[in-house]
Design a protein around this ligand. Structure first.
Ligand SMILES: [Zn+2]
Length: 336
């Protein structure tokens, strides 16, 4: 047990050093760190504790993370998008902007489009020339604590125990990465004149698109036959789409993670995980009975990946049980 604690403290200390001693001229390193944390909870960790992550997986994830950032923020900026690098606009942003201007709405559509080859190649180059190895350069010296620096491979292999630490401290890593990311964006001179309050920037860069939630609402209303997922009573007019695994724990929108609930039920659940009885029902509703309907109807708006969604749920419940967290059962603060 002591060895485990030592390992976890080392991990956090390394993370602190990384953010303090690393140099960041663009936001790529924050995105890469965020990507690693997300991938570690979206996959199963092998028994030997060494998670292998292909460069292709990282490229996909970077594109998803930057997607919202490439949207127009203010027309006074050269392309409307916030700058993500001190020198020129980050290549990934101009590439995604081009996709968006051609009506492409998500990663899946991008992969099927004629633009994919070039954005994939560009992002791969950026990854290899930048954050992949530079992330672990602290005070100008390489310290490969997360994964060894081995050339001529198209994947990285996390050192033993690192994936577990990313799973244990996912919220913390993501918070660190986002904070650094937001700070970097807000310090770039050309952005400064158009940025208002910090809260707005955070919502813009990391919030959920409200429009897409409407389409989720329609599908779920049909699946749940007009009833609230949690209390089973008729929804009438006050339905809200709820992230079953709360958005604060895992801030990506996966279509199979949504349920429809009363505003009151949703508000009362807040950022808690729902009780295991709800989890069983969610699994049956979204990952067994209606999996293909959800994919069919929401693939234009959200990432549809039932397997990944199941992994994320396993991760969230494992950590909550390990930490002795309470689970939300019903409105008026009923917990178990
Ligand atoms: Zn309800």
């Amino acid at each position: 047990m002591e060895a485990l604690y030592k390992h976890q403290i080392d991990f956090i200390s390394y993370l602190q050093r990384l953010l303090q001693e690393g140099t960041f001229t663009s936001t790529y390193k924050f995105a890469f760190l965020h990507a690693l944390a997300d991938i570690c909870i979206e996959k199963e960790i092998p028994d030997n504790g060494r998670l292998v992550i292909s460069f292709a997986e990282i490229v996909d994830k970077l594109i998803v993370l930057y997607w919202q950032h490439a949207m127009p923020f203010n027309e006074e900026l050269p392309t409307g998008a916030l700058l993500q690098s001190t020198d020129n606009q980050a290549k990934i942003i101009t590439d995604i902007t081009e996709l968006q201007q051609n009506g492409i709405r998500n990663l899946d559509q991008a992969k099927q489009s004629p633009y994919w080859k070039s954005i994939y190649r560009n992002t791969m180059n950026t990854l290899k020339q930048g954050p992949l190895w530079r992330l672990q350069v602290l005070s100008r010296q390489e310290d490969c604590y997360l994964f060894p620096h081995i050339k001529n491979r198209d994947y990285i292999e996390l050192n033993p125990g690192i994936a577990d630490c990313f799973r244990q401290f996912h919220d913390l890593v993501v918070q660190f990465a986002r904070q650094g990311w937001i700070e970097k964006v807000s310090k770039i001179q050309q952005n400064q004149s158009v940025i208002g309050r910090a809260g707005e920037l955070s919502d813009f860069l990391f919030g959920t698109s409200r429009n897409s939630l409407k389409s989720a609402s329609l599908v779920l209303k049909d699946i749940q036959q007009g009833n609230c997922f949690y209390c089973q009573k008729p929804l009438k007019g006050n339905a809200e789409v709820d992230h079953f695994i709360p958005f604060t724990k895992y801030n990506n929108d996966l279509a199979h993670n949504f349920v429809l609930a009363h505003k009151a039920c949703n508000n009362n659940k807040r950022d808690y995980l729902a009780a295991p009885v709800h989890r069983d029902k969610w699994q049956e509703q979204n990952l067994v009975l209606n999996t293909s309907q959800i994919t069919r109807e929401l693939a234009n708006y959200f990432v549809c990946d039932p397997k990944r969604t199941a992994h994320v749920a396993n991760w969230a419940y494992d950590i909550a049980e390990k930490n002795g967290n309470k689970f939300w059962l019903a409105t008026k603060d009923v917990f178990i």
